[in-house]
Write a protein that binds this ligand. Structure first.
Ligand code: ADP
Ligand code: MG
Length: 390
């Protein structure tokens, strides 16, 4: 068990809090403030216990100082959401940060974009020390970057007493509940664009789950490995051997893998002239698999209904296009109706659940794409492992 902010005394202290405020901007304003809202409980808790806060995050991928990536709109939104004093420094732990922190009586000092400093991603010792000198205690609540060994997520933890925040605690505990303490049967539903992105995750899940349902573009590489014709579906030729290995390993381990047995097919993604329900597993030449078909949906639904734990990563089809969204939508619905403990991870899968209105029926929707994938791979997150144990 890692120390959380509930285990430490912060009264009268300055707490450095790493948050994930990497939000989308539009016309100089925050276009989606979900990530800012999600950090509020931790910040409000610490302020309520009498701490002064130095809040830090990266935003986008600037190459050095670039006003387009300033934290200014984020500081403004945080001020509106929390209704507390939020002061923005003009630098990242430089003279302006030091000066403004000295003058801060209460509330929050927000540092400029961490990635304005090359030392952040390099986890540079000098930059780590400069950051650490601003506070008495370090708290990490940035789950979205917890798989990275950067100065603000990793290096700094060895310099100060530390703990994880409430968002990080919720993410790690929720995902571990599925991975380590799963109610059986444990079903993984995998899909999305590529097998190669998710190969390590699939191998690791084979050790943990009872069933794997495969849809999305990923399914066609597996069907190809089984000798079916896949037309011009998006497959990864380099991954066909791996797909074969996964299928035979699953067979040896008694893990059941379900692949699509029918499809929604079309002649083009961008400008489809023909969209058909293909009732057999083989896909004709010059046609692409775009979504799972109705027979596959029914089969997947039956497995979902009888599961005790469900982990879902990767859409079942090109759900962004309404003609190819039914598979993903039906799976969202089936998971939300099931009594299983359910986890959804991955940027596009989480977006699909929200878009189709099924978020309420999911036990936990992970906010971090890369970090949740690392956990599904069975790996410890560096930014969490470096935090003190209770
Ligand atoms: P996540 O972000 O949830 O991990 P991915 O990024 O791996 O998911 O995959 C999502 C993408 O996969 C979506 O943009 C979707 O359009 C695409 N996709 C799903 N099914 C297919 C398919 N049959 N052919 C091509 N692309 C697909
Ligand atoms: Mg994605």
């Amino acid at each position: 068990m890692k120390k959380t902010i509930r285990d430490i005394d912060v009264a009268g202290k300055t707490v450095l809090v790493r948050v994930d405020f990497n939000v989308p901007l539009k016309d100089g304003k925050v276009a989606d403030d979900t990530r800012i809202k999600e950090a509020v409980p931790t910040l409000a808790y610490l302020l309520g216990k009498g701490a002064k806060l130095v809040v830090m995050s990266h935003l986008g991928r600037p190459e050095g100082v670039d006003s387009k990536y300033s934290m200014k709109p984020v500081a403004k939104r945080l001020r509106e959401l929390m209704n507390v004093n939020v002061v923005l420094a003009n630098d990242v732990a430089g003279p302006d940060s030091v000066e403004k922190l000295k003058r801060l009586k209460s509330g929050i000092l927000m540092l400029e974009n961490l990635r304005f400093e090359a030392g952040e991603e390099a986890c540079d010792e000098e930059f780590v020390s400069r950051l650490a000198s601003l506070g008495d205690i370090y708290v990490n609540d940035a789950f979205g970057t917890a798989h990275r060994k950067h100065a603000s997520t990793y290096g700094i933890a060895s310099k100060l007493p530390n703990a994880i925040g409430l968002l990080m605690q919720n993410e790690v505990e929720s995902i571990n509940r599925a991975l380590i303490h799963a109610d059986r049967p444990f079903t993984a539903i995998l899909g999305g664009a590529k097998v190669s992105d998710k190969l390590k995750m699939i191998y690791s899940l084979l050790d943990r789950v009872d069933n794997i349902l495969i849809g999305g573009a990923m399914a066609y590489t597996f069907l190809k490995a089984q000798g079916y014709s896949v037309g011009i579906s998006k497959i990864e030729p380099d991954m066909v051997t791996d797909a074969s290995n996964i299928l035979s390993r699953a067979h040896d381990m008694g893990v059941k893998i379900y692949l699509p047995c029918d499809h929604i097919i079309a002649d083009s993604v961008t400008d489809p002239k023909k969209i058909l329900h293909d009732k057999c597993t083989n896909i004709p030449d010059n046609m692409m698999g775009m979504d799972i078909g109705s027979r596959t949906i029914r089969q997947f639904r039956r497995v979902i209904k009888s599961s005790g734990t469900i982990l879902w990563n990767g859409p079942m089809g090109i759900f962004e296009t309404p003609s190819f969204a039914k598979g993903t939508k039906s799976i969202c619905k089936a998971i939300s109706k099931s009594h299983a403990y359910s986890i959804v991870g991955g940027g596009d899968s989480a977006a699909a659940v929200v878009k189709f209105g099924y978020a309420k029926g999911i036990s936990h929707i992970s906010t971090g794409g890369g970090a949740s994938l690392k956990m599904f791979e069975g790996k410890e997150l560096p930014a969490v492992s470096v935090i003190e144990d209770l």
